[in-house]
Design a binder for this molecule. Sequence first.
Ligand code: HEM
Length: 196
Amino acid sequence: MDGDRFSEEEIVANTIVTMVGGQETTTNLIGNGVLALLRHPVELERLKADHSRIPCAVEEMLRFEPPSQHTARLAPYDTEMGGKFIRKRQAVIAVMAAGNRDPERFPDPDRFDCSREDNRHLSFGWAAHFCFGAALARIEGQIAFEAMLRRLPSWTLEPGPLAWRTNLGLRGLEALPLTFKNASTGPLRSDLSPCP
Ligand code: HEM
């Protein structure tokens, strides 16, 4: 705007953030969400019975097992937070995954509850750098779960240990071995309403 243009370096940096930020995160939303449902069979059955609950279930998956666990900032000035003194330019790690389990904000935060109300989690960040792809990621998650629940109605986790990827920032599984049966190829609905 007003003649201000991105430098080549800024274009490359933004392309990398968009490519990286939009790939593994959404993959992990789907993988972590499938695992959460398999570990909470009552929630899975409720979702199977009523697909209109999928948008709220995706929000709960994001809160409960966030694909992006933390972010970092340099303090813009000397400040105090939570009883700690932070100097200007000191690095601060903000763990969104911990905020999502704050019992002062989320009642019974360790419970995976796809009917949770007022589920304003931090999994897409906050304020100026709030995830640019949040709307797309939500739609991708909703479409993926609707397709899986409709076409693969019976899921079973194969026995054996699960390995999480050794990435401090991105939370996701190395693999999620499933078996399923009764595949149907009925048409997909696309009339899901957003989670209020
Ligand atoms: C479930 C999927 C996703 C999760 C959990 C996620 C998470 C996040 C988080 C936490 C941030 C804030 C980082 C910070 O404040 O330091 C962020 C920023 C960003 N995300 Fe996502 N993201 C997802 C999907 C996507 C998709 C699909 C795209 C692009 C198509 C995308 C592009 C970006 C970009 C460009 C930023 C930087 C925004 C800025 O700095 O202003 N993300 N994302």
